[in-house]
Design a binder for this molecule. Structure first.
Ligand code: ZN
Length: 353
């Protein structure tokens, strides 16, 4: 179910709650009892929606011996953990020198003043792009993933795959560094698209990275060679565009079967990516490796008390499952690899870097 449809459904359900027989919501001030009743109805309704699935009713038992990196390492070693999902954001590419292209303060926008953009984000808006693709391709020249090398964090994810432990890698990044690090296509979900391919906006013909790159480096706007007229847009997700179908298809089945979720280098504020952390089972441990603690989850479901994102300080630590390791991603990955005792592969990582 698409997000807009979900909202409509919720609105409809709210309407139907308002239309319940009994004290009218307009005749009298709402008492706490009515409020609770309505919230309960909405909560039950949302529970029936897959997207806000409260999921399993698993018996309460201790998952991690301690809510630390050591607790996670012990879990991986002893629990038969075979299906790890990694979710990452810009933080794993920082040490590669990738500029934060969404931030107007990154300096990338200085060359664009002559284009008189209505606002910096316009450069990633499809309607603006259709009218004037030139500013985007000027920026793209600065952003081309060529010349950037994967970080230790990228190679750590590849290591998980080599160890047979990686179910899937979900990335918000468009820099293709996972591919450069050697992660195979089938393990990769580029949630916000990628520079790796592009399509003609008119006839949808497919173009590969090399073709697009050559045009961008030449400083020409890539025009479709088949229909002649259409502009070829790299397959990165612009503001207002749908996420790739692959994201929805795989997230629907992956998260339910994950043994462990590792989130790295993301502030988890962009939806629907951020809400994925609540799609794993309630007994699935979640490790955050990041410069700061983040909440994750989805505001709407948090509001209705269904799923709440991370809980790093549970009332009863014995039943906690969320671990935060605060620091840069490369150091966190190195430490985790060390603690796992992945000696040879670990040396291989260092050698590659
Ligand atoms: Zn075309």
């Amino acid at each position: 179910m698409k997000k807009a449809e979900v909202k409509e459904e919720i609105d409809n359900e709210k309407d139907s709650v308002d239309n319940q027989p009994g004290p009218s919501s307009t005749d009298e001030p709402k008492g706490e009892v009515d409020g609770d009743f309505e919230m309960d109805k909405i909560r039950k309704f949302l529970t029936n929606l897959k997207i806000f699935d409260t999921g399993d009713k698993l018996p309460k038992k201790q998952i991690l011996n301690e809510l630390t990196l050591d607790g996670i390492v012990e879990f991986i070693k002893k629990s038969g953990c075979k299906k790890i999902i990694t979710m990452v954001g810009a933080g794993i590419s920082t040490s590669a020198g990738i500029p934060d292209f969404r931030s107007p303060s990154s300096g990338l926008y200085h060359n664009l003043s002559k284009y008189k953009l209505p606002h910096p984000q316009a450069i990633f808006e499809l309607e603006f792009f259709k009218e004037n693709p030139e500013p985007f391709f000027v920026l793209a020249k600065e952003l081309l993933p060529e010349g950037f090398k994967p970080t230790l964090s990228h190679y750590f994810v590849r290591l998980l795959w080599e160890k047979g432990l990686l179910l899937r890698h979900y990335t918000q990044n468009i820099d293709t560094l996972e591919r450069v690090a050697g992660l195979p296509d089938d393990k990769l979900v580029e949630a916000h698209g990628t520079f790796h391919t592009g399509h003609c906006l008119k006839c949808r013909s497919l173009y590969d990275f090399t073709w697009i790159k050559n045009k961008v480096v030449e400083g020409t706007i890539p025009k479709c060679e088949k229909c002649i007229e259409g502009v070829v847009k790299p397959d990165i997700v612009f503001f207002g565009e749908m996420l790739p179908e692959r994201f929805h298809q795989l997230s629907d089945c992956d998260f339910d079967q994950a043994d462990l979720l590792i989130i790295m280098g993301s502030s988890l504020v962009v939806q629907p990516f951020a809400s994925l952390v609540d799609r794993v089972k309630t007994n699935c441990p979640r490790l955050l490796i990041n410069m700061e603690k983040v909440s994750g989850g989805d505001r709407l479901s948090r509001m209705f008390g269904i799923r709440q994102g991370f809980d790093f300080n549970p009332d009863d630590p014995e039943f906690g499952r969320d671990v935060a390791w605060i620091g840069d991603c490369d150091t966190g990955c190195q430490l985790l690899a060390d603690k796992m005792g992945w000696g040879v592969s670990h040396l291989t990582i260092k050698f590659i870097l």
